[in-house]
Design a protein around this ligand. Structure first.
Ligand code: ADP
Length: 403
């Protein structure tokens, strides 16, 4: 039995789970949001897998920083008898967004690894500093445990040069490690393995397209088990339309805004990271809200939805051409798992390519499932992602805990 604490530390949030990797489920979790704002929100929950009834504590205090957040979580966990020490947690696994050119596999966090993650802050200024904060805070408050870093970019280290190279001056690119890295790799890897398991086929024999559609969104092309293309690039801005990010756009637009329209690089960064995508097009970053407004024939919401679908089709068709043959297309994450209509619309033009959705399975099922008809040339699936479980298993592997 291996018990692992998983930490996903964002700039203003902290998500924690204590997992038992043997039963593949969580004993407790905590979520802290709006860290550093006047009113934060903090929830700690014990699940009935602990052998005690499920119980939850929520409060809305001011949470100054990540140290205060974790300290309060640990106090409440103590009251609920799910403190990591009490539950026998053996390791702490961290999601780290950018692994740069060198980190391919999950690693034990040493002072050198920490310094490298810090250096990568230049490539991921919105993410890596927060991830590193999570590692440091956890080490201070839970001393004596090993820490494992699992990189969002790791699964995509197999991208061939043709897919990861930006067609810019080679010397400039080499000097500053400018290339496509890809993100959400832990999810794409996990989901592609589950897809193979559901289909009862070896992962290494399948050509797959995986669509991770949440607040952030990305697509990947996987050839015989290896990632050969993905939609995110040097940063998580490239690719599909997202909650607040535009995905692909002409870089000339950025030059134009800075040179001719008086915007500073910081203002452009805010525009592209927070005021674009669904939010920028319709004012609704949350897909549920967007769909409610589509149903009311709100013009902005309808356009936003159409842009999302158009972009998805371009990626699916493009990856199909890259792969030559496709065995499975899988939808995952908040939107991919829950929005039947988007799944149907994204694939609706592919009838002549042999893709046939089973409307009943698409609209009515739940959990891992095939949603294509038996006659469809390509299997279409919904597979819930579980990045925490994947990180927990990575801790097992790195530390040799699983036995
Ligand atoms: P992230 O992990 O990137 O924050 P998630 O994978 O949790 O994102 O996905 C969040 C998105 O999924 C939001 O846009 C949310 O509205 C959407 N979503 C979640 N559940 C549903 C649902 N039942 N119907 C429609 N959209 C949903």
């Amino acid at each position: 039995m291996t018990r692992v604490l998983i930490i996903n530390s964002g700039s203003s949030s902290l998500k924690l789970q204590i997992l038992d990797t043997a039963v593949e489920d969580e004993l407790a979790w905590a979520l802290v949001e709006r860290i550093g704002e006047p009113s934060g929100i903090l929830t700690v929950r014990r699940t009935d897998l602990t052998g005690m009834p499920a119980e939850e504590r929520t409060e809305e205090p001011t949470i100054e920083d990540h140290t205060a957040a974790l300290a309060r979580v640990l106090e409440l966990a103590d009251e609920l008898e799910v403190h990591p020490t009490e539950l026998g947690v053996q390791a702490i696994g961290h999601r780290v967004v950018h692994g740069g050119p060198d980190f391919h596999e999950p690693v034990l966090v040493t002072p050198e690894v920490e310094a490298d993650i810090e250096e990568l802050e230049l490539l991921a200024p919105l993410h890596n500093p927060a991830n590193l904060r999570g590692i440091r805070v956890a080490r201070d408050l839970l001393p004596g445990l090993p820490h494992v870093a699992v990189f969002d970019t790791g699964f995509f280290h197999t991208l061939p040069a043709a897919a990861h190279t930006y067609a810019i001056d080679r010397e400039t690119a080499r000097r500053w490690d400018l290339r496509r890295y890809g993100f959400h790799g832990t999810s794409h890897e996990f989901v592609s393995h589950r897809t193979a398991a559901v289909l009862g086929r070896p992962h290494g024999e399948l050509n797959q397209i995986v669509l991770h559609l949440g607040n952030g969104a990305s697509a990947s092309a996987i050839e015989a088990g290896r990632a050969v293309d993905t939609s995110m690039g040097l940063t998580p801005l490239e690719g599909l339309v997202m909650g607040t990010r535009p995905g692909d756009l002409d870089p000339g637009l950025i030059i134009h805004l800075i040179r001719n329209r008086g915007m500073s690089p910081d203002e452009v960064s805010t525009l592209l990271n927070r005021q674009s995508g669904l939010e920028g097009l319709s004012g609704a970053r949350d897909f549920r809200e967007l769909l409610a407004r589509v149903d009311e024939d709100d013009d902005d919401a309808v356009l936003a939805y159409d842009v999302v679908i158009h972009r998805l089709r371009r990626y699916i068709g493009g990856y199909w051409a890259v792969l030559g043959t496709v065995d499975a297309i899988t939808f995952t994450a908040g939107v991919g798992e829950n929005v039947a209509r988007l799944r149907a619309d994204a694939l609706s033009t592919l009838g002549s390519w042999g893709v046939e959705i089973d409307a009943d399975a698409n609209e009515n099922g739940s959990g891992e499932r095939v949603i294509s008809t038996p006659g469809s040339k390509v299997a279409v699936l919904v597979v819930p992602t579980d990045e925490e479980l994947a990180i927990g298993r990575a801790c097992d592997d790195v530390l040799g805990l699983g036995g």
